[in-house]
Design a protein around this ligand. Sequence first.
Ligand SMILES: NC(=O)c1ccc[n+]([C@@H]2O[C@H](COP(=O)([O-])OP(=O)(O)OC[C@H]3O[C@@H](n4cnc5c(N)ncnc54)[C@H](O)[C@@H]3O)[C@@H](O)[C@H]2O)c1
Length: 353
Amino acid sequence: MINLGIIGCGRIVEEAHIHALIELKKLFRVVALADPSSQQLEKIAAMLEKAKLPRPALYTDYRKMLKTEKSLTTVDMALPHHLHHEGVMAAAAAGLNVFTEKPLAVNLKQADAMIAAMKRAKRSLIIFHNYLYIPAIARALELVRDGAIGKVFLIRNEGLGGGHWPGTASYDPAWRTKSAKAGGGCLLDNGYHHLYLCREFMGAKASQVYAVTRTYTRPITVDDTAVLLLSYKNGGTACVQTAWSIQGGAGYIHEIQGTGGTISFSQINPATGQMAPLALYTPKTAKWTFPSLGKRHGNPFTGFLADWGAKLDQWLAKGMKGAPPTNAPDARRNLETIEMAYKSSKAGKAIKL
Ligand SMILES: NC(=O)c1ccc[n+]([C@@H]2O[C@H](COP(=O)([O-])OP(=O)(O)OC[C@H]3O[C@@H](n4cnc5c(N)ncnc54)[C@H](O)[C@@H]3O)[C@@H](O)[C@H]2O)c1
């Protein structure tokens, strides 16, 4: 059982994390919550009580929570981007394991300091790469890894939306559009997910990025449109587009081309609410088939926390001996790609990673 404190109890906790943690109540015990907003604290505490779980201790200052709550082994952080660094550094100093929301940090300098601090503390650092647990994506990855489409050489990954996801009303709903709090725009916020998906589908790390990041339609201090052309160490290529600038929104498109077939699907289109199912074409069948998604958690946060929570729980049961479970190298790689994409856009040329 993982005794957990939540730091930052805004929209993503209210709409996703807490539902997953309630579903996984045999693995996680939410002991305490921290957020300067008493309204958010009360809301999340009420959700736990409604699920017949004990009322957690509430803190408006997470540092006080870290000092007071001796039973905590782990924190779940869902803070605005500019606070990820100070939150993880504080958790490392308190000797706690960390689940933190993406992106790991707003720049590589912060990320390296966080990874080093967690390594020194010999604690686990896990970043929410939850899109890997969206049922259609998880099944598509399984097919790719099983060799269903041969060697992947080309990926089209698009997430074109009409605006940013507003944060909770009691903090600053527009923090994502302000560079001082967000660190970057649609690329750092949403594009982050596309980049780890491309890496996993390609089965290789990115080696070069050419990017155009722009602010076309919104009066904001971060990018609302980003287009990336990526080369990978296995010779493959990916084209990633992400935006908050598209009138009507165009949804999420995933196309993975292999030497032995194609996988194609799309996720919710905000305009029509429709979604193209996971489809597989191979020359062997010479037609499109629609593989079943199998039995998976509908909430990708539940899938993510079940998987990484089980790894963390086993490591805790072994007295935290041996290497802690972590996906920090992947999260760092993702951030590096994004940092180099912004650099590429500024310089107007491709940048090697
Ligand atoms: N993985 C995903 O799919 C996904 C989806 C949405 C959001 N997120 C991530 O979750 C994080 C939070 O996003 P959100 O949409 O929930 O934002 P939000 O604005 O709704 O929530 C942020 C919360 O942090 C609190 N906060 C601010 N300063 C604090 C402090 N010093 N100590 C403790 N709490 C503090 C705010 O009061 C607010 O409740 C971001 O990193 C975002 O990128 C991830």
